[in-house]
Design a protein around this ligand. Structure first.
Ligand SMILES: [Zn+2]
Length: 238
């Protein structure tokens, strides 16, 4: 791909064209083109939340696995399985007092040389979700202050996730997670030990991506995009 050609192409589009692409046409773009588009948004001082929309379209959230998703189930069954998963003990504090739900944790760390953004799926009780959510916000404030605008976007997203924590009923993410893992859940429905493992297994999938460059405002130059898999909750009691 000729980067100069792409740069020229975007620089000649109208603001409205740029907005339209960022909003609904950025899925599957190569990282170099994403960076050029993002820089164009920053250069023109168009709504920076558009950058979030681009990220959103290009994040593959850690809702694994889907390979064996061709399982037939009724809505009633789905609700039953959601209810079963929600009554498991919390993977973090082991308490069965509160029903489990799911949220995403968003974090940005930006040492001088790169910006590291991560999205993590957490299934836990409301207390643990609350603690982890606050921790992600503080971490992004403390370690992500050079990661403009991602730090602001991610802090905002964490604050939005707080609504999900307070819900008594199963939230959308919890239902989606159950759907995606239906094959395994059906197979292990009467084995709470195995079900606990299914919840636990979601934890190691953490989507991380890095932006190289100086990591300051307009100067980040995206080059590296990596997905790293590690286990942030390896010490959790399961
Ligand atoms: Zn807990």
């Amino acid at each position: 791909m000729d980067i100069e050609v792409v740069k020229k192409y975007y620089s000649e589009l109208s603001d409205n064209e740029i907005k339209r692409i960022a909003k609904s046409d950025a899925k599957g773009m190569v990282p170099e083109a994403i960076e050029i588009l993002k820089n164009e948004i920053i250069r023109r001082k168009i709504n920076p939340l558009l950058i979030e929309e681009i990220i959103e379209q290009n994040i593959s959230y850690p809702l694994q696995p889907t390979d064996k998703a061709e399982v037939k189930y009724s809505e009633k069954e789905l609700n039953e399985y959601v209810a079963i998963l929600r009554t498991l003990p919390c993977p973090l504090c082991n308490s069965s007092e509160k029903k489990l739900n799911a949220i995403y944790l968003y974090a940005v760390k930006s040492p001088i040389i790169y910006i590291k953004c991560s999205v993590e799926l957490l299934i836990a009780c409301a207390d643990c979700m609350n603690k982890k959510n606050i921790k992600s916000i503080l971490l992004t404030i403390g370690l992500g202050f050079l990661g403009v605008p991602f730090n602001l976007i991610f802090i905002y997203r964490n604050i939005m996730e707080r609504k999900q924590i307070k819900l008594e009923k199963p939230n959308k993410l919890m239902i989606e997670f159950t759907q995606k893992n239906m094959y395994e859940i059906q197979k292990n429905k009467s084995e709470s030990k195995s079900l606990k493992k299914i919840i636990a297994r979601t934890f190691p999938f953490k989507h991380t991506w890095l932006y190289g460059g100086l990591g300051i405002g307009e100067q980040y130059i995206g080059k590296t995009r990596t997905s790293s898999i590690r286990s942030p909750f390896s010490k959790a009691r399961l």
